[in-house]
Design a protein around this ligand. Sequence first.
Ligand SMILES: CC(C)(COP(=O)(O)OP(=O)(O)OC[C@H]1O[C@@H](n2cnc3c(N)ncnc32)[C@H](O)[C@@H]1OP(=O)(O)O)[C@@H](O)C(=O)NCCC(=O)NCCS
Length: 175
Amino acid sequence: MIIDNKIRLREKRLDDALNDYTWKTDHELARLDAVPQLTMTFSQYLSNYASELRYSSSTRHPFAVEVLDGKHIGNCVYYGVDKTKGEAELGVMIGNRDYWDKGYGADAVTTLVSYIFGQTNLNRIYLKTLDWNIRAQKCFQKCGFIPYGHMVRDGFDFVLMEIHRKQWEEHKIKI
Ligand SMILES: CC(C)(COP(=O)(O)OP(=O)(O)OC[C@H]1O[C@@H](n2cnc3c(N)ncnc32)[C@H](O)[C@@H]1OP(=O)(O)O)[C@@H](O)C(=O)NCCC(=O)NCCS
């Protein structure tokens, strides 16, 4: 368990499944994340979910984001871990809209970045977000991520952002 001011990150559990299903079947959240909205039934989703929880991967590390009273408000993950290149991609989603624009996303990202640079030898964390998702870009900028390019995938325009270990050390001193 990893704790910051507003949130803590913990391992995913089976009782996260209903929130995760609700968020993955939400049209707006799917659009913000440039992914298809999930259409399977909850019972199908639950059976896949249970087997994914049992499977541990060395390249993908998901966490639940909880507020300090234990309410599950979203998820974050680092994945595509490449030990040779020393890098991984980061993803975050605050699914509960009551917690948008209040710093919870930035807290979750800061906590995860701090964990990655503190507990692994990775030197670079990168991410992509839709070019019109200003909230997400502002959130990542607050955490020290810097835009470094653009890409188009499946017809979506993404802004690419990154943070290197050295930049993180400097960012930590400022916050
Ligand atoms: C993207 C997300 C993780 C950000 O988390 P959050 O807790 O809402 O963001 P934060 O409060 O930490 O930061 C958002 C900042 O953007 C600002 N903002 C929001 N909408 C804005 C807009 N339209 N224009 C300018 N600034 C905006 C907020 O005021 C805040 O800045 P401030 O702290 O200086 O006031 C979260 O909103 C989320 O998961 N949204 C839904 C899914 C999504 O967008 N997924 C894509 C992730 S790549």
